[in-house]
Design a binder for this molecule. Sequence first.
Ligand code: AMP
Length: 233
Amino acid sequence: MDTDTMTTAKASAPSPVLILLGPPGAGKGTQARMLEEKLGLVQLSTGDLLREAVAAGTDAGKAAKAVMEAGGLVSDEIVINILRDRLAQPDTAKGVILDGFPRTTVQAEALDRLLEEQGQKINAAISLEVDDTEMVTRIAGRYTCAACGEGYHDLYKQPVTDGTCDKCGGTEMKRRADDNAETVGSRLKAYHAQTAPLIAYYGGKGALQKIDAMGDIDQIAAGMHAMVARAIA
Ligand code: AMP
């Protein structure tokens, strides 16, 4: 193959697609942000996109708000449309880490069709394996910097200076409306009933990889990085 042909082949190679699976509080968002920084992939969180839609007061946001506050799953139709629009934006050509999508078999099948249309495929679906009993403590204590989104936790990760973000110096911290003990119960139930079956779905396709996500964040990140680097090589 001459150099020109090689360049063309590389430029048109499908961009990586990674899926992070795991219950709320497993650390999908934290790990996706770390992978985004290290590997230049784009984190794509349907939870973030839905919260933006709620804040902007769009029709989708209005329909999603009450369901999200109750800890249920927003309709497949709304979420698939939001994801399709986001995937159509040019920055996703760098490759994407899907955080919180798919959450149902209908969404997984829609994603397969969408990727097939675009000549892409899933490089890996990584399941973050955690112990359910720990999840309520993890979620109820977490908060983020309102300016840059850096994550903190009442018990596990406080900023060095109380109330000031280590990363950007911001002084406004925020907590998600659905990160409370009652809603977490419903979110875990929704995960087990509707999302956990996707572990078998991706296992059947030979795309599943599992990682123990109970330990130290940086150690898990190192394991994830190695796993993802292999999957996108
Ligand atoms: P997350 O930020 O991923 O924890 O999502 C927050 C909430 O947004 C969830 O509890 C659901 O109500 C909704 N949500 C996010 N992603 C999806 C999805 N793929 N399907 C249905 N609902 C979703």
